[in-house]
Ligand binder design. Structure first.
Ligand SMILES: [Zn+2]
Length: 443
């Protein structure tokens, strides 16, 4: 480490401390400053990690997977560098290393880095990545990246930069598998190898064969384009290396993977994929994993992700729904819950949400008609678009523009169970308000 690099680290850490003083959090600023002062800083620090570096990409679940990997590795005695706050551009990754360094050195066994799909090809140039995990590839934030094909091109570019990189992908996702096959690398897969949810018709994304564009055949499917697919051209779901079976969703998540039973206090079927990816990565990296089942059992979901609030007689379930796949999965849970009586759908359009809300047209809201839901409200800056979208499917709803007023309205009829499904920038305010209401109703 030379003088310039030491200065870059000092400057970056100082900037981080100052930004925290003015109430800002995050790893972008130290990364930006560090890279500006010493462009080689990320390469230098990242190559000091002794055992393995993992990059996690994919539309949904990458923060969950990355943080689980980091937390569980630490619990098993490894020293870890990770961008846990979800700062997943090159600056955020650099910031994570800089803040973890002591005297210009990184003392870590493992690095876990979540990366934005479009930025992976830039960030990876600096890093000794051994394993790349791709959780899934859904349509998301179209206004930022264009079509899913572009995202796949970007990821291929990233993979090509690292000849020794291994791949772990979602084998139930035809897009992930096609990407892995196109890359020419050997790859491992995780997947759910039996039907779990009711096999209803649903808007599936990319149900066309990624090789020949004909519609894919499904033996069964889970949601969106995930399932057991094959095509007349020969493209098919490969053998699943890490196969999840015996799924039980009645109380949290229970399943078997490689003969081992797991019970986890998370809700949401889609989280099984996140856990399968984590368990598979531990195996591929040959990390200590004897206690994983017990450690996973003690894991609790993050605030606002399928969190339950009791307000008077009403049980409220709050969840994030930020793209068609996430929304359809939430509607699936709702359909399976015959106690649900009310739903609030909140849509904002700030930068983090994506300004373009045309993806709402890809969500299968029609299935709301098959539920016992009596009251449907919409809210948020694009609550009116949401309402219009429902009308198109012949569903009656009502717009209450302001979030807290909408929640109050939802509670007024005292439903037994109500769902609050919101996109990104509404999640935190909804969480704060529901928490306050729950506290007030207890006292
Ligand atoms: Zn085909």
């Amino acid at each position: 480490m030379n003088v310039t690099q030491r200065l870059a680290i000092t400057g970056a850490k100082l900037a981080s401390r100052m930004s925290r003083l003015i109430g800002k959090q995050g790893q972008n600023l130290p990364g930006t400053i560090g890279l500006r002062l010493s462009p080689g800083i990320l390469r230098d620090l990242s190559h000091q990690v002794s055992q393995a570096t993992v990059m996690v990409c994919g539309t949904n679940g990458k923060t969950t997977v990355n943080n689980l990997l980091a937390d569980l590795s630490e619990q098993n005695g490894y020293r870890v560098v990770a961008n846990r706050t979800g700062a997943n551009l090159t600056e955020g990754v650099a910031g994570s290393y800089i803040l973890a360094s002591r005297g210009g050195r990184i003392e870590a066994d493992l690095a876990f880095l979540e990366s934005d799909e479009a930025w992976a090809r830039h960030t990876i140039k600096h890093l000794p990545v051994d394993l790349m995990i791709i959780t899934n590839l859904f349509r998301d934030q179209l206004d930022r990246y264009g079509e899913i094909d572009t995202t796949m091109e970007y990821l291929l570019e990233a993979i090509e930069r690292k000849p020794d990189l291994r791949l772990l992908v979602n084998g139930d996702d035809p897009l992930c598998v096609h990407l892995a096959q196109t890359s020419g690398r050997s790859f491992s897969t995780f997947g759910i190898t039996e039907p779990v949810l009711a096999q209803t018709e649903e808007t599936r994304e990319a149900t066309f064969c990624p090789v020949c564009d004909r519609p894919l055949d499904y033996q069964f499917y889970h949601y969106s384009q995930l399932g057991h697919y094959d095509c007349t051209c020969g493209f098919h779901r490969p053998a699943i290396d890490y196969a999840v079976t015996e799924v039980d969703l009645s109380d949290g998540l229970s399943f078997k993977l490689a003969g081992q039973a797991y019970t986890i206090a998370y809700r949401g079927f889609y989280n099984i994929y996140n856990f399968a990816a984590v368990i598979a990565a531990f195996d591929l990296l040959d990390l200590k994993r004897d206690r994983l089942p017990q450690q996973l059992q003690l894991f609790l979901p993050k605030a606002g992700r399928n969190e339950i609030f009791q307000v008077g007689p009403t049980r409220l379930i709050l969840n994030l729904a930020k793209n068609p796949a996430g929304f359809n999965q939430n509607l699936h849970s709702l359909l399976a819950d015959d106690t649900a009586e009310a739903v609030l759908l909140g849509i904002n359009d700030e930068a983090q949400d994506g300004r373009d809300v045309s993806w709402l047209w890809d969500v299968d809201f029609e299935r709301l008609k098959k539920t016992d839901v009596k009251q449907i409200l919409t809210t948020g800056a694009r609550g009116a678009d949401m309402l219009l979208r429902l009308k198109y499917d012949g569903i009656e709803g009502r717009l209450v523009l302001e979030l807290r007023a909408a929640i109050d309205q939802l509670l007024q009829a005292q439903p037994k169970v109500a769902y609050v499904l919101v996109n990104y920038t509404l999640l935190q305010p909804a969480h704060a308000y529901l928490k306050a209401l729950a506290q007030r109703s207890r006292s």
